[in-house]
Design a protein around this ligand. Structure first.
Ligand SMILES: CC/C=C\C/C=C\C/C=C\C/C=C\C/C=C\C/C=C\CCC(=O)SCCNC(=O)CCNC(=O)[C@H](O)C(C)(C)COP(=O)(O)OP(=O)(O)OC[C@H]1O[C@@H](n2cnc3c(N)ncnc32)[C@H](O)[C@@H]1OP(=O)(O)O
Ligand SMILES: CCCCCCCC/C=C\CCCCCCCC(=O)OC[C@@H](O)COP(=O)(O)O
Length: 377
């Protein structure tokens, strides 16, 4: 292990990174609150400012992936579709099998210039996660309770608000609704069997209602569906803690651009369309398992320096006062103050560990296992 790799694995480095993320994130959250009056005067200007503020937060995690861990992200796609990426609104459909799939998604957003404005249909619980969840409120992220009776109106209303969004965005949908686990897969395939649908090997049965409502409400606003299938080389199991430890992963993303007009308007036909899409996605994963690659050519966008520059900027802003504070603490020689500082540091690191825990599949919800399946059928 080289010196740099050794440094990257040190807890102190992680503590500093988490401190920068947390403190700069809370500063950005505070600025976001200050933009509230502006929404009444100029909604579009408030949105544009919030897009940039969101970039300040999200791009720190992208920088950790791209520059700290050096993870490589390869894009398989049709070169004719490539020039359109980032230049239009799109609904992105992604498999939900990896702890850092959202982060790889963000990385592609960054490379195509839509990171600050990118959206997702997210479970409501994430709205309460400090920094990211609070930032999402100002980005008009669409939240769902994963209870259709409640979601049917709220999700549609939130989507309607995005129709006049001032900048291009990608709207991410994990149609599987929860992260893949063998147990969830087993229950999901029982549902597939009961509905006479073909079994999937690498995906859970997609939930079609969220997709239908998204397509209906963004028709005329989003130009295309980006059907995206993600996997990692050499059966890597990537984690956020791995990224913090500087571990380098190799992500492969296969994207097909499908014009949104080609998705049927009728609800049942739209659901059947999505089921067929997931059967195709399963085929792509099978090909990846067999050959180690997705179909089609590789047209990878390079990483850009902005995420790194943003990260260095915020590090300077928040580490300088911290340095002064530590110097003052040490020179004061007060055991009580130093003990208080240690308690604060421990609390912060526990809080960050809880936040990182939100990404861990081991801590995944029970959504999609038996009780739900029976309730829904
Ligand atoms: C060029 C580059 C291209 C791409 C780059 C890639 C990506 C970048 C893009 C953007 C990035 C943006 C942001 C990323 C940042 C962070 C994101 C992080 C995380 C957030 C993710 C989440 O929170 S995922 C969880 C929340 N989201 C969802 O659940 C969405 C999918 N769900 C739905 O659509 C649901 O329908 C619903 C939520 C709207 C409603 O839920 P409910 O449970 O009530 O669903 P249903 O009524 O649909 O469920 C019953 C139906 O489902 C069938 N079914 C299937 N399996 C089961 C099962 N195991 N148990 C029960 N039921 C099951 C069932 O048969 C029912 O079928 P029907 O036919 O009756 O509908
Ligand atoms: C610059 C370095 C910064 C390092 C520290 C970063 C710490 C940030 C920590 C957490 C950010 C929270 C991001 C939350 C995104 C979680 C996405 C996710 O995957 O949600 C799961 C959801 O889809 C389904 O949930 P279930 O499987 O049903 O349960």
């Amino acid at each position: 292990m080289g010196l740099l790799q050794f440094l990257k694995s040190q807890f102190l480095c992680h503590l500093i990174m988490c401190y920068v993320f947390l403190v700069s994130g809370l500063i950005v959250n505070l600025i976001q609150i200050c933009t509230l009056p502006l929404w009444l005067v100029s909604k579009q200007l408030a949105r544009k400012i919030n897009i940039r503020l969101a970039y300040c937060i999200a791009s720190q995690m992208v920088a950790a992936l791209e520059w700290w861990s050096g993870t490589e992200c390869t894009l398989y796609t049709d070169p004719k579709s490539y020039p359109l990426y980032g230049k239009e609104n799109a609904v992105v459909i992604l498999n939900h099998s990896f702890e850092i799939d959202f982060l790889c998604g963000w990385t592609f957003c960054e490379r195509f210039g839509v990171l600050g404005s990118s959206k997702v249909l997210a479970k409501k619980e994430l709205a309460y996660v400090p920094v990211i969840g609070w930032m999402w409120y100002f980005l008009e992220i669409v939240f769902c309770k994963r209870k259709w009776e409640e979601d049917r109106t709220t999700v549609a209303q939130s989507l309607q608000k995005l129709r006049d969004y001032p900048e291009n965005y990608w709207f991410l949908l994990f149609c599987e609704g929860t992260r893949f686990t063998p147990k969830k897969h087993q229950f999901s395939m029982q549902v597939a069997e009961s509905k006479g649908l073909p079994k999937l090997k690498y995906h859970l049965l997609p939930r079609t209602k969220g997709f239908y409502v998204t397509v209906q409400n963004l028709r005329g606003t989003a130009a295309a569906i980006y059907d995206s299938t993600l996997n990692f080389r050499n059966n890597e199991v990537p984690t956020l803690l791995g990224i913090l430890n500087g571990k380098k992963y190799h992500a492969d993303l296969y994207v097909r651009r499908i014009p949104l007009e080609s998705v049927p308007e009728d609800e049942a036909e739209c659901a059947a369309w999505l089921h067929k899409l997931y059967q195709e996605k399963d085929g792509f994963q099978e090909q990846y398992a067999q050959t180690g690659r997705f179909p089609g050519p590789i047209v990878s966008p390079p990483r850009r320096p902005w995420s790194l520059i943003n990260w260095l900027f915020w590090s300077c802003v928040v580490l300088y006062p911290l340095g002064l504070l530590i110097a003052q603490l040490l020179s004061s020689g007060s055991v009580l103050t130093i003990a208080a500082a240690v308690v604060v540091c421990s609390a912060v690191s526990m809080g960050m560990r809880w936040m990182i825990g939100q990404t861990e599949i081991d801590k995944s919800s029970n959504y999609g296992i038996k009780a739900t399946a029976l309730n829904n059928n």
